[in-house]
Design a protein around this ligand. Structure first.
Ligand code: BF8
Ligand code: SF4
Length: 633
């Protein structure tokens, strides 16, 4: 574990303050967990049955296997794919919630939501084979939502819709040949839990393939979540805002939108616009919304809401003393928030039936009464504001300009200004001319096994220097936002000569009020589907299978089960994936070799673990150069 806590200046100030008031943050708790148990760290601890935990003790007679006889490779493979099952369940359940909402809108049951982006609705309908010709918008929306919901309960042999509709034929062939093309999401996840039950599958390769099938369900769930969220709330266009704790305003009622699901946060944005006067009546200058984690990314992309911070530093937003309410929905929300909120006037509001924190406010979110639910929350925040202790307010004066909102559509709209007939050609031309080396996706979390945000920042700047076109999602994108890589200055400071040339052309054509950023923020973690759409489009344009395209992915500070699932489907779809923490697969040489080496032969994608950000970036550049596009063309 690193001694240096973070590279984020605002976070450093707040961590010092935490120390002053004696509050132990996640940074302290991470330290308290050291040294870690080697068995757990390397994946060779099994807790799948009640005879366990069993650890692999190679030197002890009888100890080189679990009590049931499970070898290290079985245990490591089972543990790994169970992460995937957890991540895939989370992403796809999020998608299901959005799909259900679209269905209810189409059925006229929800007054506060509309079908906002009919162009996207028709495009998605066409993509998945729903008839659009001469049909009413609501009828098409109903069919699209139903098709999305059908993904969950399908138990037939039929192939899952979104993976099939989005992927290139050569990719689908691989998925079919390896027998990992899913049918239904629930089915694949249940089968994987079954497959990894005690005394079931002992074959590590078979287990990994079961895991990859579940990972494709993760991809499917997130792809439909992105599509249907765009249909419901609009597909983001470039916006200019700011990021870091300095986005919290001392004179306003501050409300943080934290979690992942945009259903409620979009309503809070809408309600806040209508309720500025109520905040003023309470003595504030208005209402200020800020985002944390992926809910933050969702409302940034569509509404231009500023980013307060990312995963590891979520507690620190409360330590500013000016956070009046933090509204949370699902995923990546630290239970510690409530304890910290007790030191302040801050209200933590949980809103979803599957995510409650003892002692916090629970305001059950009801889609049928969504706007009113949002207004109630805002009133709670305004009330809390009245109790704010001005003496405790201490907001770091740290913020950076952010240019975000780069959905694939908005990115292609910029490319269109250069090449109207084949916008993605712009990127393909830059690659083929040797101006850029390829495209890298930065995704994933913070992980306090390293220094907060350091891997993200170092790797992105290294890749930019090496002329790599960068897109980002999730907490990675938020790290870049805070560190000033999501604006034009970032290009000037860090881009290599080739990349600068591409930016000069793009900026000249884009006609935006702000310069384009070094890193293109594509949205939340479910919006990794947008990045995959970009990879698929590039493959098609270059006439290559995905495995030959100079496209790589990195999760420099991966933490969650969802990140494991995302990394795994990236591998299955042909993308090399860097992970900046050592994965708990290293306890089995066999499993580790399968995911880092054998996978490349089968899928074209593979994992590699590298904790040193400079080395990791160097390796990614090598991989981009090794990709087979020159020979294959
Ligand atoms: O879904 S990047 S810490 S917030 S899991 Fe969580 Fe990881 Fe952040 Fe978004 Ni994604
Ligand atoms: Fe031990 Fe086998 Fe049970 Fe795992 S499944 S805890 S290895 S007995």
């Amino acid at each position: 574990m690193s001694e240096k806590r973070t590279i984020d200046v605002a976070a450093t100030q707040m961590l010092d303050k935490a120390k002053e008031i004696g509050f132990l943050t996640t940074f302290d708790r991470a330290k308290a967990q050291e040294p870690r148990c080697t068995f757990g760290n390397t994946g060779i601890c099994c807790r799948i049955c009640l005879q366990g935990p069993c650890r692999i003790l190679p030197k002890k007679p009888g100890g080189n296997k679990g009590i049931c006889g499970a070898a290290d490779y079985t245990i490591v493979a089972r543990n790994t794919v169970r992460y995937i099952a957890g991540g895939s369940a989370a992403h796809s359940d999020h998608g299901r919630h959005i799909a259900e909402t679209v269905l209810h809108v189409a059925e006229g049951k929800l007054k506060d939501y509309q079908i906002t982006d009919t162009t996207k609705l028709m495009a998605v309908a066409k993509k998945i084979g729903v008839e659009t010709e001469g049909r009413d918008v609501m009828a098409v929306a109903k069919d699209v939502a139903t098709a999305a919901l059908d993904e969950f309960g399908r138990v037939t042999e039929d192939e899952i819709t979104w993976v099939k509709a989005n992927s290139n034929e050569s990719t689908l062939e691989v998925l079919r040949k390896t027998n990992i093309m899913p049918s239904g999401i629930n089915l694949s996840l249940a089968q994987l839990l079954h497959q990894t039950h005690a005394g079931n599958d002992a074959d590590p390769v078979n287990i990994i393939f079961g895991g990859l099938k579940a990972a494709l369900c993760d991809y499917d769930g997130m792809a439909l979540a992105t599509d249907l969220s765009d249909i419901l709330f609009g597909t983001g266009v470039p916006v200019v805002t700011e990021a870091n704790l300095g986005a919290i305003k001392a004179d306003k009622v501050n409300i943080a939108l934290h979690g992942h699901n945009p259903l409620l946060s979009q309503m809070v944005v809408k309600a806040a616009k209508e309720m500025q006067e109520e905040a003023k009546a309470a003595g504030a200058a208005g209402i200020n919304l800020v985002g944390i984690c992926c809910t933050g990314n969702e409302v940034l992309t569509r509404e231009g809401v500023a980013i307060a911070t990312n995963f590891a530093t979520q507690e620190l937003a409360i330590l500013t003393g000016a956070m009046d309410a933090m509204v949370v929905d699902v995923q990546c929300i630290m239970p510690s928030l409530r304890t910290l909120a007790e030191c302040y006037h801050t209200k933590i509001v949980t809103t979803m039936p599957i995510m409650k924190i003892p002692g916090s406010y629970h305001m059950a979110f009801d889609e049928h009464n969504a706007l009113n639910s949002a207004k109630e929350i805002i009133r709670l925040a305004i009330d809390a504001y009245k109790n704010r202790d001005a003496a405790k307010v201490c907001i770091p004066d740290v913020r950076n300009t952010v240019v975000a909102g780069f959905t694939l559509e908005s990115l292609l709209n910029i490319f269109k200004k250069i090449n109207a007939d084949a916008p993605i050609r712009v990127l393909a031309d830059a690659i083929e001319a040797g101006e850029i080396k390829g495209v890298a996706l930065f995704a994933g979390c913070n992980n306090l096994k390293g220094t907060h945000d350091e891997n993200h920042f170092t790797m992105a700047t290294e890749l930019a220097k090496n002329d790599v076109f960068i897109v980002a999602t999730g907490c990675a994108a938020q790290a870049f936002a805070k560190e000033g890589l999501l604006n034009g200055e970032g290009v000037k400071k860090y881009a290599g000569e080739g990349l600068k040339k591409l930016f000069a052309r793009l900026n000249a054509a884009a006609g935006l009020t702000a310069e384009l950023p070094l890193v293109f923020h594509m949205g939340s973690c479910v919006d990794n589907s947008r990045a995959q759409d970009l990879a698929n489009l590039l493959a098609k344009e270059m006439g290559l299978p995905n495995r030959d395209v100079p496209y790589v992915a990195s999760a420099p500070e991966a933490m969650s089960e969802k990140a494991v699932a995302i990394g795994s489907w990236n591998v299955a779809l042909g993308n090399p994936v860097h992970v900046g923490v050592v994965a708990p697969t290293v306890g089995s040489q066999l499993v580790n070799d399968v995911v880092t080496k054998v996978a490349e032969d089968v899928f074209g994608g593979f994992f590699f673990w590298e904790t040193d950000p400079v080395k990791a970036a160097g390796r990614l550049v090598e991989i981009l150069e090794e990709r087979n596009w020159k020979n294959a063309m």
